[in-house]
Every structure is written in C-alpha cells, then in structure tokens.
Design a protein around this ligand. Structure first.
Ligand code: GLU
Length: 320
C-alpha cells in the first residue's frame, strides 16, 4: 500500500457522508420509473454509493447493500461478455458506436438505418448484443453472462439472482423492446427476436447492490484486467470500446451534461443504478431509484458530480 493510495482512500472516506447527504436531498425531486410496473414498488428514499479502488478495497455509504435490478447497466457487461467471446462480427458490422441523440428505446433511427443500432447500449443495440451471448437458449445465455460477472467480481462473487417479479413485469409490458427485436430480425441483425429479447429481459432483472456493482467495474477501470485476480476479461482494445461507449452513450439524453458535470465514463439504468469507471483509478457505483426527467438517478448524478469535483476525478480536468 503506498502513500498515494492511502491518501486517496482517506479522501474517499471523508467525502462519502456528504455525498450521501446531497444524494438524499436530490432524490426528493425525483420519480420512480413505472413503465415496468414492478419498478414502481421501489423505495424512492433509498440512496447508496460504493467506491472500489484498484487495490480491491470498497468504500461505501448509505444503503450500499440494498439490492436492485441492474437494468441497463447490464448492457456494459453483456457487451464485454460478447467481445470477450471474440465476436468480431458485432462491432462495427452489426452495431455502430455513435451516440443516438434519441430516447433509449427509440425505433426511429433504427428504421432509417436499416436495423443497425446506433450503439450497443441503447435498447436496440443491447438486445442485438444479448442475442449473441454464448448459449442456445435465453437461460444458457444468462448463465454465460453470470459466469462473466463472476469473473469480473473476483473472489467471493454473489450469485446474481434473477428478480422474478421484475422479470415477469417486463415480460408482460415490454412490447416496444419486442418491436425493436422483431424489426432487427427482419433486417438480419438479430437471429431470433424472441430468444434475444427474453435473454435481455432476464439480464436486466439480475440483482446487484452498489458494493457489488462497484467491484464489477474494476476490470473496466483497469484496462480489461481484474486488478486483484489478474484475470484478463477484455483485450485493451475491446476494453476501450466498452469504456469509450459508456462515455459517449451511457447516460441517455443527458450524456453531454454528464460529461461536463462529472467527466467519468458511466452507464445508468432505469432502476436507479449508475456505474462510473475512471481509467487507472477506481470504479464507483451509486443507487437511488428516484429519477430525473431524462431517466437518470437524481441521487446518483448529484453524488457523482460532488465526488468528481471534490476528488478531482473528471477526465477533462488537467489537475488530475
Ligand atoms: N429493461 C429496461 C428496458 O429495456 C432497461 C432500460 C434501462 O435501464 O435503460 O426498458
């Protein structure tokens, strides 16, 4: 343990309580996502944050052990899982990597661009990616993904169970995602729309908490290699594909604002989780299900902005 990592640890620990206080305050103005009805049953006041540093320590505050479904944050891991499997036909042939500027479940541009999704972390792109996770059934694809998550977590990994109520709720209401998948099958981007979308609903319903999620992001912050186990989860190039896509596409239609206010590659989800990975330094996960108008966790955005400023984390700050 060198002095600089001790100083960083002390600084993180000193700032987390204030980050949580600000997150709780911000959450009061938010609203739960309820287009997946089961998500509307979350406790809007829960707020948690965890920071994992490359030496494997995890610092946390608030309800960092509160479980939530990973939702769109999973897209980062399914993409990594497919790239790790050597799926070179994915990027850039089947799925582009440009910000869409549209809503996360938009079909408009998909139609204009003949079934080739704008990027792998809008819904269309993510469904196409999940359809290429190894396996011949949705259940097998999820087992492959769980294996990847387990390697990404390292020693003592949780089981990443499925929240059955959320999964069934999305199955009952996810017509738009089915439309995206069907449209992509028409264009040959997806081989089996029903299989891909079912695997996607399952992947979004896996349970994590902020502490676990922060650990899961460590390999992304470390060039694709788990800093504690030494496992190579992604090649340096594919890791760059994932992290750069988070920076340019990870926060819905608020990604530009987030780049300015926080300046860290991140991915958010509708259940209120955000995973932010700072290359060479740390992985931060926040949870707060009360969302702002663009669908991002208000607590998460506020806490990340606060930590970024206090700890000088932004990639765009020369003082780093
Ligand atoms: N399962 C959600 C959906 O597809 C995930 C959306 C999100 O978190 O952005 O609608």
């Amino acid at each position: 343990m060198n002095l600089s990592s001790e100083t960083l640890a002390a600084d993180i620990e000193a700032e987390l309580p204030e980050a949580i206080a600000r997150g709780r305050e911000a959450a009061r103005d938010g609203a739960l996502a309820d287009y997946i009805p089961e998500l509307g049953n979350a406790d809007a006041e829960v707020v948690g944050i965890a920071v994992a540093t490359l030496d494997g320590r995890v610092f946390s505050a608030g309800e960092a052990a509160a479980p939530f479904t990973i939702q769109s944050v999973s897209k980062v891991f399914s993409l990594a899982c497919v790239l790790r499997g050597g799926d070179d036909g994915l990027y850039p042939e089947r799925v582009s990597v440009e910000p869409s500027g549209d809503e996360f479940h938009s079909i408009t541009r998909l139609e204009e661009e003949r079934g080739r999704p704008r990027n792998p972390i809008i819904n269309a792109g993510a469904i196409a990616v999940t359809g290429r996770v190894a396996g011949s059934t949705p259940e097998q694809r999820i087992e492959t993904l769980r294996g990847f998550l387990s390697d990404a977590y390292g020693e003592g990994a949780p089981d990443f169970p499925l929240d059955d109520a959320v999964y069934r709720s999305e199955c009952r209401t996810g017509f738009r995602n089915r439309a995206l998948a069907n449209f992509m099958q028409h264009h040959g981007t997806v081989d089996d729309a029903g299989d891909a979308v079912d695997a996607y609903f399952r992947q979004c319903s896996l349970l994590v908490d902020a502490r676990a999620l922060a650990r899961l992001g460590l390999f992304l912050a470390n060039g694709g290699v788990h800093p504690c186990t030494g496992a190579e989860l992604l090649s340096p190039f594919h890791n760059r594909v994932v992290v750069a896509t988070m920076m340019t596409c990870g926060l819905y239609d608020e990604v530009g604002h987030f780049a300015i206010s926080v300046g860290i590659p991140a991915k958010s989800g509708v259940s209120g989780g955000i995973l932010a990975v700072l290359p060479g330094r740390m992985s931060i996960a926040s949870y707060g299900p009360a969302l702002g108008p663009k669908g991002n966790s208000l607590a998460g955005m506020t806490m990340l902005e606060y930590l970024s400023q206090r700890l000088r984390l932004s990639l765009f700050e020369p003082e780093r």
